[in-house]
Each structure stands twice: as C-alpha cells, then as structure tokens.
Ligand binder design. Structure first.
Ligand SMILES: [Cu+2]
Length: 189
C-alpha cells in the first residue's frame, strides 16, 4: 500500500517534468500530438486564409480567386485542382514573364495553346503571360500566396458575372491532404 503511493507520486513528478521539458524546448520542432494552439485552423492541416475572388465588370467572362495556403501537415503536398459552385471552367494558373517573343501566338510546339487565352498586360518592358499548371507545390511548413500577378485560381467562361459583395464556394483538392471548401467573398480588385 505504502509503496504504491510512493510509486504513483514519483510517476506524477516524472510526468510533470516531461511536460515541462516539452513545452520549454518544443518551440521549433512541433511534436506530433502537441496541444500547441493553432493560429489558423487545425494543426496538421492545410489552411487557407484571405481568400477572395475578383468582381467582374458586366460583359467580362474571366475572373480569379486568390488565397494564401499554409501547409501545416509536415509533409510536402500540392494543390492539384480547384472547383467552384458557379458555371465556369476552373484552372490553376501561374504567371510568368514572357521575354521578347512578340505575339507569335500558336507558333512553337502548338500542343496546348488552345487551353486558355493568354492575358497580357504590359508591365515595364516584358509581358506577363499566364498558363495552366498541373499542380502548385505546397512545401511542408510553407505558406504559398496566390495573388494578383502570381499564382491564381482562374475562372474561365464565367456565365454570371461575379458581383462585389457576393460569395462563391471554392473547393481545393490536394495531392495528399483532404480537400477543403472555402466560402470566398467577391471583391473589387
Ligand atoms: Cu489565369
């Protein structure tokens, strides 16, 4: 009886010591089953913040969704597709500088040039072009920003122009993590 008491007391002290050790040293390498409060969403998940879709002028047919994706899973992942609850084609796009090549539209390769219209905006000397990508890598622990002039979720052939103040539902599908559905506010760019 007496030894039992002592033993549990010792165990208790050991447990407290363990907890203390963990909480004081585990700042950077997060333990798997920790109680560290997450700033956004659940730990061990991909979280999306600041999502918005660009409001469209009457007659416009394209828009885009922007969002910051934080991969908190501890494993490299990737955004592989996106869908929206509107009548439109949804693609993941990247934007890159098109160097000198002026307007030689379907010239080279010719393979996938019909996929999406390339929207050009003269910024400085170069031209900005965008194109669909298979997937957007989301390295473990990193935040990837989809924003104007960079990666975005392209909405092509939108039947009903997105109006400022409304919302759309966007579902993001990842290579490994479970899909997430966002309620995305529509705003003026
Ligand atoms: Cu685009």
């Amino acid at each position: 009886m007496r030894t039992g008491l002592i033993r549990s007391a010792v165990l208790g002290v050991a447990a407290i010591a363990l907890v203390t050790a963990c909480s004081s040293s585990g700042a950077t390498t997060a333990p798997a089953a920790s109680t560290v409060p997450a700033t956004e969403g659940a730990p061990g998940a991909i979280t999306a913040t600041g999502a918005w879709a660009r409001a469209m002028a009457p007659g416009a047919t394209n828009s885009a969704v922007y969002v910051t994706l934080l991969n908190g899973t501890g494993t490299d992942d990737a955004l592989v597709s996106a869908a929206a609850d509107i009548d439109a084609t949804v693609e993941i796009h990247e934007v890159s500088m098109v160097s000198e090549a002026p307007m030689e539209s379907a010239g080279m390769g010719g393979g996938m040039s019909s996929a999406a219209p390339v929207e050009s905006a003269g910024m400085g000397g170069g031209m900005m072009g965008m194109r669909p990508i298979e997937k957007l890598p989301l390295p473990a622990g990193a935040a990837v920003e989809l924003k104007p002039g960079s990666y975005h979720i392209m909405l092509i052939g939108v039947k009903e122009p997105l109006k400022d103040g409304s919302t759309i539902e966007v579902t993001l599908t990842f290579e490994k993590a479970p899909p997430i559905t966002l309620t995305v506010p529509v705003k003026m760019g």
